[in-house]
Design a protein around this ligand. Structure first.
Ligand code: UDX
Length: 444
């Protein structure tokens, strides 16, 4: 790898660590800064605090180019570009909490050699506000670039190395050019890039909006197909066939048309409500997003109705939850549908046993009063019903005859349409998917 300019990355969460490692892989020295001393100590010892496929190997491979420190001055000394990847979690009002971003801004010295490159998802107008603060603080020379992040958890490393697009919002100065230069190799055949991604430059506010609008659109697509699935259940159509037919129209596309028990994660719920609040704060009522959020809430609760339809009252019923993370291949439990589902089930008096191959530790912190099993088969032992919550691939390989023998009841609710319905039914179990018509039509 050609030697490239050193960069600083502030914040070593999912986005920060993947971005830092990705740029190290491209040949940059990267100084990773975090206020969490414990995390930095673990990173120094080669421990990766998150589960993200391929990340540990890539960190190990590029270890020499990566520095982990709690000392911001080390990054300021060596790097011009300081990527900001700190958390912007939702507040009670649904607005983004920008206190971590604000702390970074305040910690910057007066300089005409540095730029902040914002990776954290922030409301439109944040860049303008930060530039105003820099001016007030006598730091006018500090440049600002918005470079929103489109990484997906579980495939974040691959997404970094093969982006569809790189969006840069800047004031047309050296900093925007420097960020563009850093990303350019990923858009060509060099460094394993696909050569098909596009780099677009625009003003800062528009770049900020691209991120929020993209996530809100994808969330809308999911809520839309969830509603189609619900209508399919009423009318006997199979949403899998419907989505296949719809997705062949290249204006619609096949992706994000999988119905399930609602979207979760660190981005969609937060960004949809942040965009809704942003619109509201500026005087515009974003009606569509209200529906997207409400459908998503109701979708999590539909599993309860399905269980009640077959089992009647859930008091004392043993329910096995397979998968807890907000999606497969991550240990992230943020806004996971399993949180709402388990709370609702407990409120209805059900007894829950749960299993997740990776997220158990995090789940134990967040979900109380639940028994945790160490395998799927142990989880379904004595269960009146099994609910597939997160579609980890190992659940696709379950031996349904064995499951049927272990269960006390016969109901399998497939919250993600991820199971082989015929195999489940073949083992004498009742299969209930999402939007797949009636059980009777299934037995056909
Ligand atoms: C998302 C965006 O995809 C990414 O570009 C952005 O940077 C961060 O937010 P992520 O949260 O990692 O990424 O997960 P994603 O794979 O997009 O899934 C989000 C949620 O939607 C999950 O809970 C998933 O189960 C759900 N989902 C996704 C569906 O229910 N149906 C679908 O068809 C797709």
């Amino acid at each position: 790898n050609a030697s490239r300019e050193p960069i600083g990355v502030i914040g070593t969460g999912y986005v920060g660590l993947v971005t830092a490692t990705g740029f190290a892989e491209l040949g940059s020295d990267v100084i990773c800064v975090d206020i969490d001393a414990d995390k930095i100590a673990r990173l120094k010892q080669g421990e990766i605090p998150i589960y993200e496929p391929g990340l540990a190997d890539l960190v190990a491979k590029n270890r020499e180019r990566m520095t982990f420190t709690t000392d911001l001055s080390e990054a300021l000394e060596r790097a011009r570009l300081l990527f900001v990847a700190v958390g912007t979690p939702p507040t009670y009002s649904g607005d983004a909490d920008l206190s971590a971003v604000q702390a970074v801004v305040d910690a910057m010295p007066a300089s005409d050699r540095h730029a902040l490159v914002m990776k954290s998802t922030v409301p439109v107008g944040t860049g303008a506000n930060i530039k105003r603060v820099f001016t007030e603080q006598g730091k006018d020379g500090f440049r600002y670039v918005s470079c929103p992040e489109f990484l997906k958890e579980g495939t974040a490393v691959a997404d970094f190395l093969k982006p569809d697009r790189v969006v840069i919002g800047d004031d047309g100065d050296w900093a925007g050019d420097a960020v563009a230069d850093l990303y350019r190799p990923l858009l060509t055949a060099e460094h394993g890039g696909q050569g098909s991604g596009e780099l677009v430059r625009m003003d800062i506010a528009s770049a900020e909006m691209v991120k929020l609008a993209s996530n809100a659109f994808l969330a809308t697509k999911i809520s839309f197909i969830n509603e189609i699935a619900n209508v399919c259940e009423e009318t006997g159509a199979d949403v899998l066939e419907v989505a296949k037919g719809m997705g062949l129209d290249d204006r619609i596309g096949p992706k994000f048309l999988k119905p399930g028990i609602g979207f979760g994660g660190s981005c969609f719920p937060k960004d949809v409500s942040a965009l809704k609040q942003l619109a509201g704060n500026s005087g515009y009522h974003f009606q569509l997003l209200n529906a997207v959020i409400e459908v998503n809430e109701l979708q999590k609760r539909r599993v309860i109705s399905k269980l009640q339809k077959h089992l009647g009252s859930l008091v004392g019923k043993k329910i096995a939850l397979l998968g807890l993370a907000f999606k497969p291949d991550t240990d992230d439990m943020r806004e996971a549908s399993s949180l709402v589902l388990s709370a609702r089930l407990q409120a209805d008096g059900a007894l829950i046993t749960a299993y997740d191959p990776i997220a158990e530790e995090e789940a134990r912190r967040l979900i109380k009063g639940v028994d945790f099993a160490s395998s799927a088969l142990e989880c379904v032992q004595g269960a009146d019903a099994v609910v597939l919550v997160t579609e980890w691939s190992e659940f696709g390989d379950l031996d349904w005859a064995q499951v049927a023998a272990a269960m006390a009841g016969t109901l399998v609710v497939d919250g993600r349409n991820a199971l082989d319905a015929a195999a489940v039914a073949g083992a004498g179990l009742k299969y209930e998917g999402v939007g797949r018509g009636t059980l009777a039509s299934f037995a056909r």
